[in-house]
Design a binder for this molecule. Structure first.
Ligand code: BTN
Length: 250
């Protein structure tokens, strides 16, 4: 690990915890600096997006990073693209030749199957900014959820040599490089790299909002990270929340 990377991350390695996001949040609220990295071999209550559970058996990567980016909550949400770029590179490096795609807002797919997910949680806003950001990351290294046929793991894709610790070290290098680029140069380079591997571009999507369902075509992401949905009348609608389903409705 380079000195710059070693200087940025402070690793708090646990054998087992409920959710590394919970521990990172507690540490952030107690004033932990940016770069505090909580890892666990197992989670007993790992969380995914939309209230889903994240199966967390030993052998995979479960980590949560405390970050303190400047700017609004919307700008901080760009960290999921920063993280996804780092994970995509990591996976592509380990299983060359297998198509790796990024699914809005933050899944990493390997030949169409999910290999990694990201869960961002932000601390209460202050002065328009956020107090802290927890970037939680799961990467399937040796096992995939038994309950899902649309998931995979590095070992299932041919990389049987990687283990959780080597993947974490690799992730730290790649994440810090993208994070520094984002902080210095802004979102554009992150967005361009993400779009180059985006899943479902120009294909149908369905966006389910609390009081509305929108069928549209996925037209990419804008300069802030919002999803661009092209409606039937040709107009573009920006989407920052809701549930987005890729593929034809029904
Ligand atoms: C998703 O795709 O739904 C997001 C999954 C995020 C899982 C990671 S594992 C480490 C961290 N701790 C959690 O409880 N969740 C995140």
């Amino acid at each position: 690990m380079s000195k710059i990377v070693a200087d940025f991350f402070i690793r708090h390695a646990l054998d087992q915890t409920r959710s590394t996001n919970d521990i990172a949040r507690e540490l952030a609220e107690m004033g932990a600096p940016e770069g505090m990295l909580v890892t666990a071999r197992r989670q007993t209550a790992g969380r995914g997006r939309r209230g889903n559970a994240w199966e967390s058996t030993e052998g995979n990567v479960f980590l949560s990073l405390v970050l303190r980016p400047q700017g609004s909550a919307q700008v901080a949400a760009q960290v999921s693209f920063v993280m996804a770029n780092a994970v995509r590179e990591l996976v592509a490096h380990r299983i060359p030749g297998v198509p790796i795609q990024l699914k809005w807002p933050n899944d990493v797919l390997c030949d169409g199957k999910k290999i990694s997910g990201i869960l961002l949680e932000a601390g209460a806003p202050s002065d328009g900014g956020i107090a802290w950001l927890i970037a939680g990351l799961g990467i399937n290294v040796s096992t995939k959820p038994a309950s899902r046929t649309d998931a995979t793991a590095l070992h299932y894709e041919g990389d049987t040599r990687s283990d959780a610790d080597t993947v974490i070290a690799d992730f730290c290098e790649r994440f810090l490089s993208w994070y520094e680029k984002w902080q210095l140069d802004g979102f554009e380079a992150v967005r361009t790299a993400w779009l180059a591997h985006a899943h479902g571009l120009a294909r149908p999507i369905q966006i389910r909002l609390p009081h509305e369902i929108i069928d549209a075509i996925f037209d990419g992401v804008d300069e802030t990270g919002a999803l661009l949905a092209r409606l039937a009348d040709g107009s573009l609608r920006k989407v920052t929340g809701g549930e987005v389903y890729f593929g034809s409705p029904g």
